[in-house]
Design a protein. Sequence first.
Length: 54
Amino acid sequence: MTLVLTVIIFLACIILLAIGVVFSRKPIKSSCCASSELDKDKPSCAVTPPDTKD
């Protein structure tokens, strides 16, 4: 019985921690090299490739 209660308490703690992490995350404002204020139109960003003109 002690082992069952220990496992249940452990799983409950892990679940509460996971819920806390999910709800505490803040969305990233700009995905371009973490510079939302500087160089907004910078084409050399690693996330968005530069536009190719044909």
